[in-house]
Design a protein. Structure first.
Length: 349
């Protein structure tokens, strides 16, 4: 089969389409013939040698895929059948013609949705759902500040905050992106290049601030984040685009607001938690099969809203589509930070 590949870490020019061995499904795994995958920041970091795949995961790029079931491993009888249209959350391997997936990490594709659209869902939407519900415990009426609002995760988070009957507020770097976030449902949006977003957030919330911050930026935002975080607020860090080194009295300011910092990475979570049992009924991190529980909850609570006629209707946003042989161009496009929504990779037949 063909797959996106690079022989040594570096720039996009190192990427190419390589012929590799087709995987065989193991116990509890499903073989999926991939029609489309999507690009994530993690793929860029892995290509640069800064984010290796978790132990045991494929070293092929791609954290999500959409396609059809092509084979079943031992122990999979009954849940899925060959030919089913599915999308999958992956730890790697999605940007290839075939990928093996634990059966519990598959989701059915809504009947009126294309593979291109479906490929834009698993990583971004499950990340946003996890941050809001498993980590942040978002409540009706709360205000949520979403950085990188026009990214794949950002656009998903806006819609999921609305679904939870909370209030989404975003930051973005261009007027075009702010307009796209408003169309997706953002109640307010601020260009971080032109204004102090923390001051604007406080104005919008009449001085009370936001209850939750979804932050993929990190160090450069810490003071502004704390400035507009409400008392008892939750600051959730899931990326460090500006680095992780903080200079200043972070802890004192955090303590003064009785605020909490949460951190989360979805890719590195094992299929089963190392503890193997429920240590704490309030902490999903200790549950066995964390990702499977996440996928199951998303499938039950969110996936029906992607179907035609659902109210409210959720929609994945595809920015652009690149064929697998143009994978380097797709990486360059994401590095330019101009995309609104997801960059999708179409896999050849």
């Amino acid at each position: 089969m063909f797959a996106a590949y690079f022989d040594c870490p570096g720039g996009p020019e190192n990427l190419y389409m390589k012929e590799v061995m087709k995987p065989d499904p193991g116990e509890g795994e499903v073989l999926v013939k991939v029609s489309a995958s999507a690009l994530n920041r993690a793929d860029l970091l892995q290509r640069r040698g800064k984010y290796p795949p978790p132990k045991g995961a494929s070293d092929i790029l791609g954290l999500e895929a959409a396609g059809r079931v092509a084979g079943l491993g031992p122990g999979c009888a009954g849940r899925w059948k060959v030919g089913d249209a599915v999308m999958a959350l992956l730890s790697g391997g999605g940007q290839a013609q075939f990928v093996t997936v634990p059966q519990g990490l598959l989701m059915p594709i809504p009947k009126d949705m294309t593979f291109i659209q479906a490929a834009a869902i698993p990583e971004a939407w499950l990340t946003a759902f996890q941050l809001l519900h498993f980590v942040g415990k978002v409540q009706e009426g709360e205000r949520v500040l979403i950085h990188a609002g026009a990214s794949g995760v950002g656009m998903a988070a806006i819609q999921l905050v609305r679904l939870a009957k909370a209030v989404p507020i975003v930051t973005a770097g261009t007027q075009e992106k702010l307009e796209a976030t408003a169309k997706a449902g953002a109640a307010a949006g601020f260009n971080y290049k032109d204004v102090d977003f923390s001051e604007k957030v406080l104005e919008f919330t009449q001085g009370s601030g936001v209850d939750i911050i979804l932050d993929c930026v990190g160090a450069s935002y810490w003071e502004k984040n704390l400035n507009c975080l409400s008392t008892d607020g939750r600051w959730i860090i899931y990326g460090l685009l500006s680095g992780g080194e903080v200079h200043g009295d972070l802890l004192a300011r955090l303590l003064s607001k009785r605020a909490s910092i949460h951190t989360s990475l979805l890719r590195s979570r094992d299929k089963e938690a190392s503890t193997g049992y429920k240590q704490c009924m309030q902490c999903f991190s200790f549950f066995p099969q964390y990702k499977e529980r996440l996928v199951r909850a998303f499938t039950e609570k969110v996936l029906p809203h992607f179907s035609e006629g659902a109210s409210p209707r959720l929609q994945p946003l595809v920015d652009s589509v690149y064929p697998l042989h143009a994978i380097a161009e797709a990486h360059r496009a994401m590095e330019e930070n101009k995309n609104i929504g997801k960059i999708v990779i179409e896999i050849p037949v």
